[in-house]
Design a protein around this ligand. Structure first.
Ligand SMILES: Nc1ncnc2c1ncn2[C@@H]1O[C@H](COP(=O)(O)OP(=O)(O)O)[C@@H](O)[C@H]1O
Ligand SMILES: [Mg+2]
Length: 221
């Protein structure tokens, strides 16, 4: 379960102080899936980055499994990220000089999984995302939709408890994007993984069970 409590985050830039999150609170149960919706600038990325430990909030708490992640030591936070969190970004961010299989094996290697087990799991992941024959391909040989499916597979390879996807459909057409998020929703449900997907595409928003609508860093009710 993720519990976000009175979360505040602001940035200081050339424009002065910008408040990205303003006292945001909500709960997500284990295995639930949410779309984080809201216009550009509403705080979606900041929220996902705070939950994934990539940004530190100014105030408030994020508890994952009862632990306030921003009170962890640096080392414990890094371990939380490596073991418990999967991230999917807008553009996939696959490593361009590694094959699809090598990209998928990387988080497994980082989590200490041995070579034989890695091979087996990579094969299973490729089947799961419907790309069983793409293991030897390089990222530039994939379509946008295929790239994002591989990025998704990489994010769940180490069986994280939390999957965060920041506008993963931004570079896809609406139908392909909705298919991708449907795959994310059904697999996360199956694996009891908590899923948060930021999106402002109405087709995508419909695919999740729950919605968290942000406006100016607050929950719009
Ligand atoms: N690193 C940053 N420096 C300055 N301002 C930022 C930074 N990150 C986000 N912001 C500002 O915080 C607000 C929320 O941004 P963001 O979380 O990226 O929203 P969204 O993902 O919904 O578009 C925006 O006004 C944005 O300009
Ligand atoms: Mg964003």
């Amino acid at each position: 379960m993720i519990e976000v409590q009175a979360l505040y985050k602001s940035f200081t830039s050339g424009r002065g102080k910008v408040t990205a999150l303003e006292g945001l609170s909500f709960k997500v149960a284990k295995g639930e899936n949410f779309i984080v919706a809201g216009k550009s600038g509403s705080g979606k990325t900041t929220l996902l980055n705070c939950i994934g430990g990539l940004e530190t909030p100014d105030r408030g708490a994020i508890r994952c499994g009862g632990v306030d992640i921003h009170r962890l030591s640096r080392k414990a936070l890094a371990r939380f990220q490596r073991e418990q969190v999967g991230f999917v970004f807008q553009q996939g961010n696959l490593l361009s000089y590694l094959t699809v299989s090598e990209n998928l094996a990387l988080p497994l290697a980082l989590n200490g999984i041995d070579a034989d087990d890695r091979k087996r799991r990579v094969r299973e992941l490729l089947e799961t995302i419907g790309l069983p024959d793409h293991g030897a391909a390089l990222p530039w040989e994939l379509s946008g939709g295929e790239t994002q499916r591989v990025a998704f597979a990489r994010a769940i390879a180490h069986a994280p408890a939390i999957l965060l996807a920041d506008e993963p459909t931004a570079s896809l057409d609406s139908a392909t994007g909705a298919q991708l998020v449907q795959l994310m929703v059904s697999l996360s449900r199956q694996r009891r993984c908590t899923l948060l997907v930021a999106s402002h595409d109405p087709e995508v928003i419909r695919t999740a069970d729950h919605q968290l609508l942000l406006k100016d860093g607050r929950k719009e009710s």
